[in-house]
Design a protein around this ligand. Sequence first.
Ligand SMILES: O=C(O)CCC(=O)C(=O)O
Length: 271
Amino acid sequence: MRLQRAEQERFAAQGFVGPFDLCSAAQMAVWRARLRPLLQRHARPPRGVKPRSDGGQVRVLSDAHLYEPLVWDLARMPAVVERLASLLGPDLLLWRSVFWCKQPGSGTVGWHQDLFRSEGKLAIKTVSCWLALVDTDRAGGCVQLLSGSHKRTETALGIDSPYATSDREVLELPAGVAAEDRVAMELRAGQFFLFDQLTAHGSGPHHGETERVGLALRYVPADTAASFQRPCVLVRGKDRSGRHALLRNRPTALNRWRFEARGLLRRWMPR
Ligand SMILES: O=C(O)CCC(=O)C(=O)O
């Protein structure tokens, strides 16, 4: 399940690699049905985005792995974690998760790089896994990536926002990016891809008929110099530094109330 050499080379050249299979579409339908109540109850428009009265909304739910055992289980699956180990080394932490739910009629998630910072520095070397909970194609607002963009800055790419959702009907190519560098990552339910935090990505408007749902899981090598304000989950190997606060046991819903009580969920997560 490790990445083949050619896949590692593709990741280095493009800034992403996939799709890979986590499970069958039928198995993912079971996961999705079990996760549906969580998303119905807790997914919200990203911070700064007004709820739309006509539906057609992008909704997110951050860090459910800290209190929802099913997300914790998905994030630790060998199909994901073993491939990540080929890129990030043997000791791995999960430090963040985000469900991305796009209702039919929702607009774009604009091009952005995930510039994760620790104490102001770009110190969090993250590789994300984006897992499809439903089939997602170009018409249904699948994630699109700019091949090779992890080697360029946002300014060089001509994209101006760290992150934005909008009602726009098209996800236009930034000026100066060649059309062949744009890749629409169409996935069937149960598939995933891996991408570097610096790879520019976004998603187009959703013209499909059912909600498009994906789970982005963000991983770092355990020896990262970054410090996190929330506990991480050790998904492989050891935290040899002993520096990180770890959530050691499979979580329970009670954790949600613990984190909320400490006000951490709201203060720490930007989306
Ligand atoms: O799912 C999407 O439409 C956007 C995903 C994204 O921006 C991310 O995972 O960082």
